[in-house]
Design a protein around this ligand. Structure first.
Ligand SMILES: Nc1ncnc2c1ncn2[C@@H]1O[C@H](COP(=O)(O)OP(=O)(O)O)[C@@H](O)[C@H]1O
Ligand SMILES: [Mg+2]
Length: 206
């Protein structure tokens, strides 16, 4: 049995965690078996790597180190948690996955895309998400929304960094229209949730 693999992508503050929470609440109501997880992190080892990656004290981290740590976290997370849950037929909802690496380490940090392709195949064991929800939002709105929280190492980057991230997500969505579903993040959270739920239920054949 193969479950449905759903990922959420978008800039900081676009509403990923909000939508993940709302989707999971709907799964609870509908009695749909799911696993809710996030990147970087998701398992004990991957969460330990997350703590290194997002620590604002580590502002001297090299892009190469950052890329490899994200990939190390993803390998552990995919093998230990995501693939077994999919094999059990569960719906897996993941807050960020490898498209974030193309956006942050590829477009924003300008690391080689061919290298990211190779690493991605290696650490995902070739499993591609069935559907990716991109919540698109202007950078200034996203950054304004997260102003009041204590910012992690990635969130602290300048606006033009987040601009490159946003453009890369839109470009990937353009290249992969069958996997991507783009939502307007300026809409009300309940409106966005309805659009996501409708798509997910149709994919599940419910
Ligand atoms: N559609 C929306 N409209 C307005 N504010 C939103 C919307 N979705 C989320 N928010 C708010 O924006 C902030 C960031 O949302 P969050 O879900 O944490 O984003 P992300 O996980 O993408 O960084 C939170 O305070 C959240 O309540
Ligand atoms: Mg979040």
């Amino acid at each position: 049995m193969n479950g449905l693999f759903i990922t959420f992508e978008g800039i900081e503050g676009c509403g990923k965690s909000t939508q993940v929470r709302m989707l999971v609440e709907s799964f609870e109501k509908e009695g749909i078996a799911y696993l809710c997880t996030r990147e970087p992190g998701g398992t004990q080892i991957a969460e330990a790597i997350r703590a290194i990656l997002l620590n604002p004290l580590y502002d001297s981290m090299k892009p190469e180190t950052e890329l490899l740590l994200y990939c190390a976290s993803r390998a552990q997370h995919t093998a230990e948690l995501i693939l077994p849950a999919l094999n059990e037929g569960k719906v897996v909802v993941c807050d960020r996955y490898y498209d974030s690496t193309y956006a942050y380490q590829g477009a924003a940090r300008e690391l080689d895309e061919g290298l990211i392709d190779t690493l991605t195949k290696f650490v995902t064991y070739g499993r591609i998400p069935d559907v990716t929800f991109l919540i698109d939002l202007p950078v200034e709105i996203g950054l304004a929304r997260i102003q009041s929280r204590s910012l992690d190492r990635m969130e602290k980057e300048k606006a033009d960094f987040h601009q490159r991230v946003r453009q890369q997500f839109l470009s990937i969505a353009n290249k992969c229209p069958s996997r991507y579903f783009v939502l307007n993040g300026t809409e009300d959270a309940t409106v966005i949730h309805q659009q996501i739920l409708t798509k997910v239920l149709s994919l599940l054949g419910v």
